[in-house]
Design a protein around this ligand. Structure first.
Ligand code: XIL
Length: 331
């Protein structure tokens, strides 16, 4: 499950009820924000590890592993200003960035990383997003990052992570395949593909997901679902938005089925030794990042597995959790 920490509101480190629920139901955490570029590398010659270390220590003390997110991500708010303006050797800069962070966590419970996040743009002829990294280094920034991470932490599992690659028939998935096959052809140390899985209640269908998972499995790579959430309202459907203004028993049932079907598809298609696991992007509904997306402005949603606690907790499991669990148990 993804968690908040550091100076974020609802930090797991100051929230006993949250800790209890996580320790009971999950075995791995991801930092929802505080291990991204601008947090860990605020100035060219200054890395800041205190908040991440505190989170990793807490995970370790409670028997949880950590999935690292993420060394390289184009998102404006995560590229530090000093990096945008950097005039020196940009490839060397990224190499230092990845090497320093990967080395720092090499001997901890951080066992895997999203090495590059969201590097694809399927509307570009060559499939690469026209990010700062691409502009300064070219497509090689991706393979460079994998090689640097592997050299610094040979035991870590290294993922390429992206959104909207869950539909195996899509142009974006075709781009993913092309890029990943290229990395493999060049013997780049990539272990798997992270599917963010920010899906809609009714799309993509699980048949299309099965195609995508199978292609990655056939390449001998791991499949990890890294940021799953299932909102009820779909701002991209062309229908009046929001479609739902209340979370009724019927909606809860619909969502339970959707969580079930996605987990079932994952287990059906991905062999045990190629499963990187499944992460949900947040613990309880009202804490979901989706609620603050501009596209969803003004509408409520209920995308996660738990509802908020009362003042003392605990968090209440939703039918979606049962759907997830049923699938895990083959029911
Ligand atoms: C989101 C966080 O959840 C928000 O708190 C933040 O404001 C923006 O980033 N894809 C990713 C994640 O890879 O890092 C994003 O996380 C959600 C989309």
């Amino acid at each position: 499950v993804a968690v908040s920490a550091g100076n974020e509101s609802n930090s797991v480190l100051d929230f006993p009820a949250q800790q209890e629920t996580i320790i009971q139901h999950f075995n791995q955490i991801t930092a929802g924000n505080i291990m991204k570029m601008s947090y860990l590398h605020p100035e060219e010659n200054d890395y800041f590890f205190d908040d991440a270390d505190a989170l990793v220590d807490w995970a370790s003390a409670n028997g949880l592993s950590v999935h690292g997110h993420t060394f390289i991500w184009h998102s404006d708010y995560q590229v530090p200003d000093w990096m945008t303006g950097y005039g020196g050797d940009f490839a060397a800069l990224l190499n230092d960035h990845v090497t320093t962070i990967a080395s720092h966590f090499a001997d901890t419970v951080v066992e895997s990383w999203d090495v590059v996040n969201e590097g694809i743009d399927e509307t570009e002829d060559d499939c690469y997003r026209d990010s700062l990294f691409y502009q300064r280094v070219g497509a090689d920034y991706i393979e460079n990052a994998f090689r640097a991470a592997d050299a610094a932490d040979p035991d870590a599992e290294l993922y390429y992570n992206d959104y909207s690659i869950e539909d195996g028939n899509s142009d974006k998935f075709a781009c993913l395949l092309q890029i990943v096959e290229g990395l493999l052809a060049d013997s780049v140390p990539i272990d798997g593909v992270g599917f963010q899985m920010h899906v809609q209640i009714d799309s993509p269908d699980t048949g299309a997901m099965a195609i995508a998972f199978q292609e990655i499995v056939d390449l001998g790579l791991k499949v990890k679902i890294t940021e799953m959430d299932v909102p009820l309202n779909n701002p991209y459907s062309g229908e009046p938005f929001p479609q739902y203004t209340e979370f009724t028993a019927a909606e809860a049932e619909l969502q339970k089925q959707r969580y079930h079907d996605i987990v079932e598809t994952y287990l059906d298609v991905v062999p045990v030794d190629q499963r990187g696991g499944i992460t949900v992007w947040g613990l309880w509904d009202s804490d979901s990042w989706l609620l603050s997306m501009p596209e969803r402005a003004g509408s409520d949603d209920w995308p996660l597995l738990f509802t908020a606690p009362g003042p003392e907790g605990p968090f209440a499991p939703k039918p979606a959790l049962q759907g997830f669990g049923d699938a895990l148990m083959g029911m």
